[in-house]
Design a protein around this ligand. Structure first.
Ligand code: 5AD
Ligand code: FES
Length: 359
């Protein structure tokens, strides 16, 4: 069979691709030649559908206080070894303005579930940032009552990030002593209903899960019709009940997930998640050539950064915001890509129309 025929036979080239769990599992574990093809196809589709621009979302990890006990997470409440910090609103705004100067069109404000940060305080923070800079604001502060998401939107918040972590209800329950998958999904619905652009995703390679779980997570993320799909490798943290859990032996599985997500979600924003750099030195750069189109430089001040340790081996902990931003720009230039101009809003047709922002 010639190469030409093989390429023509690729299932995603024959119109809307609706793979079964088994078919996806096959692609997740495919051989070297098919893997190369998968990456090349995802990269070509990324170029066609979302272009050459890499949107920069400056990540500000503004508090690592957290009331939850998620089994995988290094800042879970019971982890006494985590040194806790909370940035002041003034510090956060300064940081956001720095992110803007560094070329970010968006700031992502992320924290543990920290009760000090009430809805009022978060809304005031969003308003302040929107007033001072032409920035899109993404909040990522966990599960809240539905009304809160509306208030965030009213304060000018553009997007919200809340991963579903795993689509397997039993596994979700096993890893989250404080919540259920159903509650998580209700939050995602409320976020969308509030008019916020929705980002979600899952951890790849959680303990007690295999390749079919990953296939189901990919299909689940696709069905949610997300504006942004963020997924990264699960990396065991020594201060958690899951300490010592191993990475997936075939590291390419992690990368194949992102390529498959691109093939199934042509117009979604897909970030090269930070945890990929913990996996391999240029992990995020590879991802930008395998389907991803978003990069999230860390804009958290250096003094706090090392304490926002969700997993060990987090990259850039010794860098400051300026160094990270410069590094990211150099990385993008090396790949012959361009830094995205503007806020980089959703490209998903229904949402873009609703927001009257993107074409
Ligand atoms: N390894 C990888 N990702 C993790 N997260 C939390 N703990 C870990 C870990 N040990 C991810 C979760 C969460 C996001 C902010 O970080 O998916 O939603
Ligand atoms: Fe942070 Fe390179 S991306 S130092």
């Amino acid at each position: 069979m010639s190469d030409r025929i093989e390429v023509d036979r690729l299932p995603w080239r024959r119109g809307a691709w609706r793979p079964s769990v088994g078919e996806l599992a096959g692609w997740l574990t495919c051989g070297l030649q098919e893997t190369k093809l998968l990456y090349a196809e995802a990269d070509a589709l990324r170029l066609r559908e979302v272009g050459d621009e890499v949107h920069l979302r400056g990540l500000i990890e503004f508090s690592n206080f957290c009331v939850r006990r998620c089994d995988y997470c290094g800042i879970r409440a019971p982890n006494r070894a985590a040194e806790r910090y909370r940035m002041s609103p003034t510090e956060i705004v300064t940081c956001a303005l720095r992110a803007k100067e560094a070329g970010c069109g968006t700031v992502v404000l992320q924290s543990g579930e920290d009760p000090w940060w009430t809805t009022e305080r978060l809304c005031a923070l969003v308003r302040d940032i929107k007033k001072r800079a032409d920035l899109a604001v993404t909040l990522s502060v966990g599960e809240r009552p539905a009304r809160d998401y509306q208030r965030f939107r009213e304060a000018g918040c553009d997007r919200y990030l809340l991963r579903f972590e795993t689509s397997d209800e039993a596994l979700y329950a096993r890893l989250h002593p404080d919540g259920t998958l159903v509650e998580r999904l209700k939050c995602l619905e409320a976020i969308r209903a509030a008019g916020l652009q929705v980002g979600s995703g899952f951890m790849i390679g959680l303990p007690f899960s295999g390749v079919e779980h990953i296939a189901r997570d990919i299909l689940f993320a696709t069905e949610l019709h997300l504006d942004m799909i963020g997924c990264g490798p699960y990396i065991a943290h020594p201060g958690t009940p899951l300490a010592g859990a191993a990475l997936i032996e075939d590291r390419e599985v992690y990368f194949r997930v992102i390529s498959l997500l691109r093939l199934l979600n042509p117009r979604a924003h897909i970030p090269a998640a930070t945890a990929f750099d913990a996996l391999a030195p240029s992990g995020r750069d590879f991802l930008l050539q395998r389907g991803a189109n978003v990069f999230m430089p860390n804009m958290t001040p250096a003094v706090y950064r090392r304490h926002y340790m969700l997993y060990p081996g987090k990259p850039c902990v010794d860098e400051d915001a300026a160094a990270c931003a410069a590094c990211v720009r150099a990385r993008i230039a090396r790949l012959n890509r361009r830094v995205g101009a503007g806020p980089g809003h959703s490209l998903m047709s229904s949402r873009a129309d609703a927001h009257g922002r993107a074409s």
